[in-house]
Design a protein around this ligand. Structure first.
Ligand SMILES: [Zn+2]
Ligand SMILES: [Zn+2]
Length: 244
């Protein structure tokens, strides 16, 4: 199913779905330009990303140019190490911590895509994504009944304990409660630390062919679970954790 078809079926999801479509277009366009534009230096990729960000999200380029200056001044290299951009200590008047986090999340993504890593690195050790270090709140249960965590930022997919909370490592099935939505996307609630993740079966994946789309389509489940006081630690693909 493509995004426009889903919007027709679920008009209440129009806004997050369209936002997701923009993020996809933004990332794809950055990728395309990297391939087709002759660059004098890798650092020009920063311009490509910021210009596309400005165009896709209709933010005046001049108003985000300071980001480039800050990046250059700090000496980080997002091309070699996109994680440094994602965790960049940016302070801007007029923007909340959440807004800054969200902007950094979105503009870091193309840099991870540029690296073009397709490894499957396990989440077993820390519960976080071993590539970029952020929490993930989305998993697929494979046909072999294995749990594959999916990172919303660098898109690494790696195994984790079938029953277990990636935040506190509680593996006691009596302390994990499962809620299902009408499409059988599951919220796995950890009664130990109040964290939840969402998981879906590989058979469900066949319908959408995109784990991040499944995450957006099941937003109503996040609302129900968060109303009960459970916390989503990892953002979804549009950079949001708290859904209200
Ligand atoms: Zn990652
Ligand atoms: Zn937990």
């Amino acid at each position: 199913m493509n995004i426009q078809e889903i919007i027709k079926e679920k008009p209440y999801l129009q806004s997050p779905l369209e936002f997701y479509e923009r993020i996809r277009n933004f990332t794809d366009e950055c990728k395309r330009q990297k391939k087709t534009i002759q660059l004098d230096s890798d650092m020009e990729l920063i311009d490509i990303v910021l210009k596309n960000f400005s165009m896709t999200f209709q933010i005046p380029y001049e108003s985000i140019l300071f980001l480039k200056e800050e990046i250059l001044k700090s000496g980080i290299n997002p091309i070699k190490e996109p994680t440094t951009l994602w965790s960049f200590p940016l302070h801007t008047e007029g923007l909340s911590k959440e807004e800054i986090e969200r902007i950094l999340f979105i503009i870091s993504k193309p840099f991870f895509v540029f690296l073009n890593k397709n490894e499957m690195e396990s989440f077993m050790e820390t519960g976080k994504c071993p590539v970029c270090g952020i929490d993930s709140s989305l998993a697929m249960i494979s046909i072999n009944n294995e749990k594959i965590m999916i990172c919303p930022l660098c898109e690494n997919m790696g195994s984790f304990f079938r029953i277990g909370c990636p935040y506190c490592f509680n593996k006691d099935s009596t302390k994990i409660e499962i809620l299902l939505d009408e499409e059988e996307v599951r919220a796995e609630l950890c009664l130990e630390c109040n964290t939840y993740i969402k998981s879906f079966r590989e058979t469900h994946f066949i319908k959408y062919k995109d784990p991040f789309l499944i995450d957006i389509v099941s937003l109503p489940l996040d609302i129900v679970v968060q109303k009960r006081g459970y916390i989503r630690r990892g953002p979804n693909i549009i950079g949001i954790k708290m859904i209200n």
